[in-house]
Ligand binder design. Structure first.
Ligand code: COA
Length: 261
């Protein structure tokens, strides 16, 4: 791994091995994941000043999540064989991956004591993948009152079928994360906005579904499809239906949407 001028004391990041996304994704996708910020944000050295433009007025948490997640991205890119270069933010917040690569970033926490911290990057060669989106969430219900603007009844019923009857699971969080992954995969190709209710997640229509058994302990994995359900939001740059994978490994759920070439 290249050191990019980052001080030696900051170079020794202990990445999760294997982290939940590494468990989830095929080896053709390079992943770097970490469950803490290695140094306080004020002492962390950005990859480049260009990359961290915009952080000047950011609060400590934003600086931390940005810098650590960028470190994950550079680690993943370097391991995949990409030459070092700043990973800039596009006008809508999207990471601008170097030519020849697609990828996605996610970060959560820490929101309060006892809540998880997680930062991750996934990167793949653009000649193998046309689109890639990842998302991580805490495996807990969405805030009260938000489920109805994110999920349909049909989606929640489709998710419920993954779990044994009478187990209360935060299905709305799973659907939310999938939609975030879908949006991140789709946006770089379409550059268009989508509302949560413009897409429909289905856990039942994927022939290779490998979920169905939710264990009390240990990770649970499965597949899904996501379709753009509002006809005038479809876009010629992408198929109307994409597929993806999820993994529940408490306290996290991670999801990924991919389009292989
Ligand atoms: C952009 C968005 C998807 C990010 O998801 P999130 O769960 O809030 O946050 P995460 O930590 O998982 O991901 C943040 C990262 O997403 C990436 N991102 C932001 N905007 C993006 C975009 N337009 N396209 C792709 N990736 C984007 C960035 O890398 C960002 O991290 P950074 O700012 O440190 O670089 C979300 O904030 C959003 O705007 N959602 C509304 C649109 C939507 O999801 N519609 C659903 C219908 S499908």
């Amino acid at each position: 791994m290249k050191s990019w001028g980052i001080p030696a004391t900051e170079r020794q990041l202990i990445f999760l091995n294997p982290g939940p996304l590494r468990q989830l994704l095929p080896s053709t996708i390079q992943v770097s994941e970490i469950d803490h910020d290695p140094v306080p944000a004020q002492q962390a050295t950005p990859f480049s000043t260009a990359e961290s433009t915009g952080l000047t007025d950011a609060v400590e948490q934003r600086r931390s999540e940005f810098l650590t997640t960028r470190r994950c991205a550079h680690e993943a890119l370097a391991t995949a064989g990409a030459p070092p270069a700043p990973l800039m933010r596009g006008p809508r917040g999207e990471p601008q991956w170097p030519a020849g690569w697609v990828g996605s970033l996610t970060h959560i926490g820490p929101t309060s004591a006892g809540r998880p911290t997680y930062r991750a990057a996934a990167v793949a060669a653009a000649d193998r993948f046309a689109a890639l989106g990842i998302d991580a969430e805490e495996w807990a219900p969405l805030p009260h009152g938000t489920s109805g603007v994110i999920c349909t009844e049909l989606e929640l019923r489709s998710a419920e079928a993954l779990f044994p009857a009478a187990t209360a699971q935060p299905m709305d969080r799973l659907v939310f994360s999938i939609k975030e992954s879908f949006y991140k995969a789709r946006f770089p190709l379409t550059r268009t906005w989508l509302d949560f209710l413009d897409v429909e997640v289905d856990f039942g229509s994927v022939a290779t579904r490998d979920a169905g058994v939710a264990r009390a302990a240990g990770p649970m994995t499965g597949t899904f499809s996501v379709a753009v359900s509002t006809p005038d939001r479809r876009h010629p740059a992408l198929p109307d239906v994409l597929s993806g994978r999820f993994l529940i490994r408490a306290p996290l759920v991670v999801t990924a949407v991919m389009l292989e070439r």
